[in-house]
Design a protein around this ligand. Structure first.
Ligand code: ARG
Length: 304
């Protein structure tokens, strides 16, 4: 075996910092997930419902499909299960399945889109959930599913300000019987909660003097002062990302508790993740960013 002739990587001068970080960072455990995705066969940008969308700029649907396929393949390679919903012509944003609902305890709370351009996606997602045996709850209030609702431990963090109505938070609490923590978004670039906050560890909570949990990561300036105070009090050890990493859609990341699929442009966030014991896995969805979506937007978690 030639292994013994290979120089020990830890001897390299640049390797000392990660080695120290790894020594103090907690061990992370992977949780296998079941996800719903939608191949972007009809992806394009022909309307503008968020500041990232520019209908006059051409899109490359084939490239979007290839990038999306890499995301799909990465989930499969990591051992996750991925379900697919058929893309419908005329619904270019259907690729962003995170907005298709919020699924927990075998119950699928359906979406009710803010903008008419996406309205027809709602019945398609609800029909899919029903066909898969989920108990479907049709929404009364405007909400955009897991784009604005993120499960953090036993608590649901719920965004409002641009898309989901505040009243949907009450509906959410009634359906799932969980604590719902409202968070108000103030920057139009970060119009869904999943563009401004990522849940990294399914077991989140106070640091409590124990090992650092870093259950979540967020972009401070995306929230109003009151919401920011709530985040600081509840998650004192959260990763707070830089403006640059936030603007690169770094927080639109998907974590299984160990691997964090993240935009390659959010390099500072990747280093913060490594320092906390996570394994960043770069996945580039630059073409889908033209629609204002990234990794997490293309991923809906199905919790049975
Ligand atoms: N073009 C889509 C919209 O504006 C993008 C949705 C992104 N999804 C998300 N979960 N952030 O509705």
């Amino acid at each position: 075996m030639s292994t013994q002739h290979v120089p020990e990587p830890a001897m390299a001068p640049g390797a000392s910092a990660p080695a120290v970080a790894a020594a103090i960072a907690p061990e992370r455990n992977q949780h296998l997930r079941r996800y719903l995705m939608c191949r972007p066969e009809h992806f394009t940008v022909r309307y503008r419902i968020n500041p990232w969308m520019e209908p006059s700029r051409p899109t490359d649907t084939a490239l979007a499909v290839r990038q999306w396929q890499t995301l799909y393949d990465t989930y499969i390679a990591l051992g996750h299960e991925v379900e697919l919903i058929d893309p419908l012509p005329g619904l270019p944003d259907m690729v962003y399945t995170a907005n298709g609902g919020f699924v927990l305890d075998g119950i699928a709370y359906g979406p009710k889109f803010r903008h008419p351009e996406r309205a027809a996606e709602a019945p398609a997602f609800m029909a899919w959930f029903a066909a898969q045996g989920f108990e479907v709850r049709a929404p009364l209030e405007v909400n955009e599913g897991e784009g604005d609702f993120l499960l953090a431990g036993e608590t649901i963090l719920a965004g409002s300000g641009f898309r989901s109505a505040g009243a949907s938070h009450r509906e959410l609490a009634e359906i799932f019987g969980r604590e719902v923590v409202p968070l108000r978004l103030v920057d139009p670039r970060f119009y869904h909660l999943d563009t401004a906050l990522a849940v990294l560890d399914p077991v989140v909570g106070f640091a409590n003097g124990g090992p650092e949990r870093a259950g979540i990561a967020y972009l401070a300036e995306a929230f109003d002062a009151e919401s920011l105070a709530v985040l600081r009090a509840r998650f004192p050890d959260a990763i707070v990302v830089s403006s640059a990493d936030g603007a690169a859609f770094g927080l639109n990341a998907a974590s299984d508790g160990k691997h964090v699929l993240v935009s390659p442009r959010a390099s500072g966030f990747a280093r913060q993740l490594e320092a906390r014991g996570y394994t960043p896995v770069p996945v580039d969805l630059s073409e889908l960013l033209l629609g204002g979506g990234g990794i997490k937007c293309c991923t809906l978690e199905l919790r049975g």
